[in-house]
Design a protein around this ligand. Structure first.
Ligand code: TXA
Ligand code: MG
Length: 350
């Protein structure tokens, strides 16, 4: 299949581009598109056959449900069995934006979209291209991140092309995304409100709007081997670079010393070593490839660069990656959550 890449300027979107993309979705095809979090791989969420194509294109296990993307709050009422009052509160505060809410679904949402679950996860992305595209496509777009299953999520159209060229008919190129990690997922389908995946919208932000406690799902960081995560996607090794990766946690100076010592050892064995650093320590490493995620004083910058750097390490064909560990709160926790999976849970505490 030939993949057409169309460049779209989010400040002057051409109606005919959106019509072309929308027509492909209506014909049951797949289109990759930018959102504010990561690029999505879209299909008509209400057509089982279309959603199934997503699983084939990504090589994704069929029990891993898809998020349904909408462009208007009214669209939500059409696909859920129960609309809790918290949904309106959170939507008023955070939609369009990087928050996904989980509800009990109604019969309009096919099982093929939700991996057989009776719940549906829904979000309204905060990106003009995504919103126009969703409307042009009929209002309901099922979209996972547009990477091959197991690869780092795409934050640039070029990343999507690396994984999907020749597999899907169209990629909408809207440039680099603004946030860089996937949406926060919050569960409104049960009495207790829980976060199923951490993201840019933090627990504190949710609690402030809801005026009640929000908990983290026990399976969220994969650290409790007995706790099955409620979001099936959280159980897979994810976002993985090709090289073996280890996270090093502790005092920053000790981290630098440890990584430099290990670098010497691996260099002597003829290995190519990479370091995922922060601005605060980036100049202190000896490894051949050293990249900074951003500053610890600006957690958003860490999210913005994280996946891109993982893909760059792949391109540089490094053998070994060390990454500085990050904090356990807010957006740093959200980046750490992805880092732990990328490293297949290999973590060293100094
Ligand atoms: O920011 C995002 O959310 C991006 C952009 C494209 O919108 N999408 C995204 O989708 O990250 P994906 O498929 O890569 O991750 C969706 C996660 C998976 O872990 C999946 O298991 C979980 O959401 N999920 C979806 N529907 C669910 C449901 N009904 N119950 C529990 N977990 C659900
Ligand atoms: Mg994903």
């Amino acid at each position: 299949m030939k993949t057409t890449i169309i460049k779209v300027d989010q400040y002057s979107i051409q109606a005919e581009d959106m019509e072309k993309a929308g027509a492909l979705i209506k014909a049951g095809e797949l289109v990759a598109f930018p959102t504010e979090t990561v690029y999505g791989l879209g299909a008509d969420a209400l057509k089982e056959e279309a959603s199934k194509k997503i699983y084939a294109a990504k090589g994704r296990p069929s029990d891993n449900p898809l998020i349904v993307h909408i462009a208007d709050f009214e669209a939500l009422e059409e696909i859920v069995e129960v609309l809790p009052k918290e949904a309106k509160l959170l939507a008023d505060a955070f939609w369009p934006g990087p928050l996904t809410m989980r509800f009990i679904k109604n019969e309009r949402v096919p099982d093929g979209t939700t991996g057989g679950l009776n719940t549906v996860a829904v979000r309204m992305p905060n990106h003009p291209i995504a919103l126009e595209f969703i409307r042009a496509a009929g209002g309901y777009i099922a979209a996972p991140s547009a990477n091959r299953s197991g690869r780092p999520s795409p934050t640039l159209a070029e990343h999507v092309a690396e994984d999907m060229d020749g597999i899907i008919p169209m990629i909408i190129d809207g440039g680099q995304v603004g946030i860089g990690i996937e949406s926060t997922i919050v569960d409104l389908a049960e009495d207790e409100i829980s976060i199923l995946r951490p993201g840019f919208i933090t627990r504190e932000m949710l609690e402030e709007v809801l005026g009640r406690p929000v908990v983290f799902d026990k399976g969220i960081d994969g650290c409790h081997p007995d706790a099955q995560p409620k979001a099936p996607g959280m159980k897979y090794r994810h976002y993985a670079p090709k090289a073996e990766m280890t996270i090093v946690e502790g005092d920053l100076q000790e981290i630098v010393a440890y990584i430099n010592k290990e670098t010497d050892r691996l260099l002597a064995e003829g290995k190519k070593v990479a370091v995922m650093a922060t601005d605060e320590a980036v100049l202190n490493y000896k490894a051949s490839v050293v990249k900074s995620m951003g500053s610890r004083n600006n957690p958003g910058s860490l999210a913005y660069n994280f996946y891109k750097i993982l893909r760059e390490f792949d391109e540089e064909e490094v053998d070994y990656i060390f990454s500085e560990g990050l904090g356990e709160e807010g957006v740093e926790h959200a980046v750490m959550n992805r880092m732990i999976r990328a490293a297949g849970h290999k973590k060293i505490q100094l």
